[in-house]
Design a protein. Structure first.
Length: 109
């Protein structure tokens, strides 16, 4: 159960980061309204706050978070950008999740 809570928090954190970075990308690359920058700021602030909710040291949190970020980014690629995932994308995501689990579930010292 602990892993489910940790992983859920990582996935929500990753979504906040990706939204916060995607909205400025839309403004700069696709000429969308600059008003998208306001929710981008809110999303990035939420991302930073969510990172503080993790109970482990910051460096360990960032390392484990990377696995969740990879998976959310690939899901974004598939469902927002409409790009089909390859077997290499899926294999990489599985490896990243295994790495996240190894880091996040290590025994307490």
């Amino acid at each position: 159960m602990a892993f489910f809570k940790i992983a859920s928090l990582f996935f929500i954190t990753a979504l906040a980061e990706i939204v916060g970075c995607y909205l400025p990308w839309l403004v700069l690359k696709q000429g969308k309204t600059v008003w998208l920058l306001a929710p981008a700021v809110v999303s990035l602030a939420l991302f930073a706050w969510l990172l503080t909710l993790h109970p482990t040291a910051a460096g360990r949190t960032y390392a484990a978070y990377g696995g969740a970020y990879i998976c959310v980014a690939l899901l974004w690629l598939r469902f927002v950008d409409g790009v089909a995932l390859t077997r290499f994308d899926i294999a990489g995501a599985v490896l990243a999740l295994v790495g996240m689990a190894v880091i996040a579930l290590q025994p307490s010292q």
